[in-house]
Design a protein around this ligand. Structure first.
Ligand SMILES: Cc1cc2nc3c(=O)[nH]c(=O)nc-3n(C[C@H](O)[C@H](O)[C@H](O)COP(=O)(O)O)c2cc1C
Length: 203
């Protein structure tokens, strides 16, 4: 596990050395009419703790996707992948540059496909890789697209070593009317069960 963290940290250090030039500014997203997720065509069945749970995640390389799937199994909730209309490059350095520029310019990349109707859910487990110390801008597009007042948001992230704290603070600032709880840095799976139990969403 230490070796994996070292490799991810090395990749991040490489990204940190990348300059800001060359990134493409994305268009502002329109607030698309929400529709039910494929996995929740009817009203979602209550999952853990009688709550209606959605696991919504963004992942570039697949690490966060794996954690999201594990969390879905453990909660019994629905799952939705946040994807950008224009996919990020396969090349990590290009994605690093683009992600850095999007953060600097505070853009909201347009998302692909129909959005789930978030009104249906009590709890949204929100997963993402840490990009330049916070959540990727596509995650902001997602959370700003609908009214999340009163919803419980449980952030989880994977990273090359950075903590989740700055992204949680940023989400709390972005969503003052939602209850954005302490997040879980899920670089190892060890803490997942305890965190889900503490938040009353373990099956
Ligand atoms: C654009 C970009 C920016 C990143 N910024 C950070 C960072 O600030 N801190 C960090 O620890 N890791 C950073 N990483 C590494 C990712 O957070 C880490 O590899 C994560 O587990 C990838 O998740 P994914 O496979 O779901 O995309 C960055 C990676 C990319 C592509």
């Amino acid at each position: 596990m230490k070796r994996i963290i070292c490799v991810l940290t090395a990749i991040f250090m490489l990204l940190a050395a990348v300059g800001c030039g060359g990134g493409e500014k994305k268009a502002e997203t329109k607030k698309a009419e929400p529709v039910a997720t494929k996995q929740a065509e009817a009203a979602p069945a209550p999952a853990a703790g009688g709550k209606k749970v959605l696991v919504a995640y963004f992942s570039w390389g697949g690490t966060t996707r794996n954690v999201a799937k594990l969390i879905q199994e453990k909660t019994g909730g629905d799952i939705f992948e946040i994807k950008t209309e224009t996919p990020y490059p396969k090349d990590i350095q290009q994605t690093g540059e683009l992600g850095k520029k999007e953060k600097a310019d505070n853009v909201r990349p347009k998302l692909a496909g129909p959005m789930p109707d978030l009104k249906q859910y009590d709890v949204i487990l929100l997963g993402y890789p840490i990009w330049w110390y916070i959540e990727p801008m596509a995650v902001k597009t997602f959370v700003e697209a609908q009214d999340l007042s009163g919803k419980t948001i449980l952030p989880f992230a994977t990273s090359g070593g950075s903590d989740i704290g700055s992204s949680v603070a940023d989400l709390q600032k972005t969503l003052p009317k939602a209850q954005v709880k302490d997040g879980l840095l899920a670089n190892s799976t060890g803490g997942i069960d305890g965190w889900l139990k503490d938040n009353g969403v373990m099956k």
